[in-house]
Design a protein around this ligand. Structure first.
Ligand code: UDP
Length: 328
């Protein structure tokens, strides 16, 4: 049995990771400050003896009593609407939070993994994105707070690896979806599904020709798990290479939800990447991993989850406005 600290444990990916490590028979120490996470994602784990929860902000000194085998740092706002609302916290959790947790990993001699992101590639000029691509990021744009925090996070993690010999892993996560996504996080999948369920038209930003490649959460978790268990210390892309334009995707959602909504067009947010598709050659070769769940099946399961939300939850929506990144 291993002892694992997971930060961002009440979030979308964090909570699925908790489930996975509990299912593997390990002890999970979950940490979250609940800014964007939600306890209902991990409520079912509270009765277990192998599960402990700390309500803590990792940008402050982190202490966990006892030994730790693995630390998985998954705490971070991760949707464009959140970066606009809490830009400073986004920078701090990627920078100071990572530094604190690296210190803890060194102290405990624990293996350390960070949740990096396709956002480090920015609006990519290389397609599909390989791990060797350095990216095209606007440091001062609305997404810069996330992108640069994640780039710094990779950098400091490699520095601890090289300078202190810390055992580290870097996963670059591409767009992932599935049950427990936050309905009001402004991202395209909860946005479209919420709109379909409320009987509203689907809002496509720009002309919808921008592309994304969506990975179902079960596949993503399997890839992350395999990378953690491997001995590979350089970054690895984990995502589904099946690419689709946002307009075609909106049409798929209309078909899936069986609604008669129309598509309406809104301005394209600033610095919205025009294309995104992971090159997963490394994951295939090193981890023997590739996604198994097709978009149709994954979206069906995700829609079932959103259908199960209460009417009050469904009404809680956020509207994205990317024309400004000022506070007011
Ligand atoms: N998008 C959209 N309508 C929405 C929300 C998002 O057309 O209501 C677009 C957005 O502009 C982007 C894509 O969908 O091109 C994916 O957006 P998301 O926020 O999910 O993730 P990211 O941009 O970080 O990949």
């Amino acid at each position: 049995m291993k002892r694992i600290l997971i930060t961002g444990a009440a979030g979308f990916l964090g909570s699925h990771l908790c489930d996975r490590f509990i299912a593997e028979g390990h002890e999970v120490i979950a940490m979250d400050n609940l800014i964007t996470g939600d306890l209902k994602n991990i409520e079912h784990l509270f009765p277990l003896e192998r599960f402990t929860f700390y309500n803590h902000d990792v940008t402050n000194f982190v202490h966990v009593p006892g030994e730790l085998d693995y630390i998985l740092h998954f705490a971070s706002p991760a949707s464009p609407i959140d970066y606009l609302k809490i830009p400073i916290q986004t920078l701090k959790v990627g920078a100071m939070g990572t530094h604190n947790l690296l210190g803890l990993a060194k102290e405990k001699n624990a293996r350390f993994m960070i949740a990096s992101t396709s956002e480090i590639y920015g609006d990519p000029l290389v397609h599909p994105q390989t791990e060797e691509y350095y990216g095209n990021v606007n440091t001062i744009g609305p997404r810069g707070v996330y992108d640069e925090a994640k780039r710094f996070q990779e950098s400091i993690t490699m520095a601890y690896h090289r300078f202190h010999g810390l055992d580290t892993r870097i996963v670059r996560i591409f767009n992932t979806y599935g049950p427990r996504m936050r309905l009001n996080d402004g991202r395209v999948i909860p946005a479209f599904m919420g709109q379909a369920l409320r009987g509203e038209d689907l809002t496509v930003f720009g002309d919808g020709s921008q592309t994304r490649s969506f990975c179902f959460v079960d596949d993503e978790i399997e890839g992350i798990y395999r990378l953690l268990m491997s001995d590979y210390t350089l970054p690895v892309n984990i995502g589904n290479p099946n690419e689709i334009s946002i307009k075609d995707f909106a049409e798929e959602i209309i078909k899936l939800t069986g609604t008669d909504q129309k598509i309406i067009y809104k301005p394209l947010p600033k610095d919205d990447p025009m294309q995104r598709q992971p090159d997963i050659t490394k994951a295939k070769e090193i981890l023997g991993w590739e996604p198994k769940v097709g978009r149709e099946e994954g979206m069906r399961k995700t829609f079932e989850f959103f259908k199960g939300l209460s009417k009050e939850e469904l009404e809680k929506t956020e509207h994205r406005d990317f024309t400004t990144h000022n506070k007011k």
